[in-house]
Design a protein around this ligand. Sequence first.
Ligand SMILES: [Zn+2]
Length: 487
Amino acid sequence: MNYETVIGLEVHAQLLTKSKMYCGCSTDYASTPPNTHVCPVCMGMPGVLPVINRQAVEYTMMTALALNSPISEYTRFDRKNYPYPDLVKGYQISQYDAPIGQKGWLTIEVDGVTKKIGITRVHLEEDTAKLLHRTSPDGEDYSLVDINRSGVPLMEIVGEPDLRSPEEARQYLIKLRSILQYLGVSTGNMEEGSFRCDANISIRPVGSAELGPKVEVKNMNSFKAVFLAMEYEARRQRKAATEGKKLVQETRGWVEDKGRTVSQRSKEYAHDYRYFPEPDLPPLVIGRDWVEEVGKRLPELPEARRDRFIAEYDLPLYDADFLTREKAVAEYFEEGARVGKEVSPKEVSNWLLGEVSRIINAGNIDIDGFRKKVSPPMLCGLILSSHGTINAATAKTVLEDMFKTGKTADEIIKESGLSQISDTQELEKIVAEVINSNVQPVADFKAGKETALKFLVGQVMKATKGRANPQLVNEVLKQKLVEDSSS
Ligand SMILES: [Zn+2]
């Protein structure tokens, strides 16, 4: 039997507000000592009252609008009850059946096909505390709790089960993160846990309208992990179904180093949480004038910027799409493209897609890490040098040096004497030496073996440590060899 994979993703994104969701404590939990941003409200002491963070509501409204989701006029906060060590209050203030945004969508592109993916809901809740698991010197396991993160605004975006492959799931996440970053509402950093994803995955016979028992997969902390976990689950479920085993609704965790998912617990249902309207908060009514006002704050979003890059900088779709996926990359490009007339936007794009991406991937950093060493004007300076002073191969090594040292291309070229040898006389001397010391290849070339010329060019490049202009080397070599034969 042929099966199709059905995936729906739930994303939790921490919002970039200054204070927590329901109290005035700072959200800066990452760089401060444990348990220093804590108050009776985020500790859930009896008799204290939460207050809704306006900025968090507006960020959620902006996200919903960017995801083509209408903003509910009447929304409410609900209490989600569950006992867990990282939940000091014993409950979380979340939203259940009256979320801020519902029924939106975004588009993804896979293999050149554009697909619309539904967004079920966008709602607001609070993060939990952080548990740190330790082992004492005598081998006893214990846990520490840091409440600083407890109460940080968390936006949940639940997607419809419209995704049909691990690649579609990956593209959905990339797009969603891109939108949040453009809006400036979240860092979208998956490794640091400010952008987290749980996936619901099931299989069903092709053509069936019903969903199979769904498995929720947790603990994936990179786009790659999501992709690999979905591939693994789709395979595992197909195998079980083919062998006639019964699939069960459960929660499984992704174990990165083993490359597999393991069963954690049977899945809980909504009624397990005993949701009820949060008694300490009034319903939140969102007036239409407020929606209109927040709507005006929406910046240019990734797709609009992509289309503008094509029109304004005359870039191919492939380049524009790549450059606009991450807001920081798009900004780096635009700064570079606006620097000078001598460097074309397409050249800046070529370098970003090529060498710069290679350095970023190799160093496991992002564009901001690259920018700290090589600013857009510095990259343009290098591109300008590659028009004459240095050749293309040298330019690549100069960029690596720029990244390592933070120096400009001019400084590096001067210091290491990398300027291209464009002086014909100097080059003629070197060519003569190469001809003299490579008797056999020279004879081969004269006998009509064209590949021998390539070898000789290579020898000249080697002798000049790559500083010669290859075209000029070709010309001078040919000329010399012809002179040789006629003399
Ligand atoms: Zn607090």
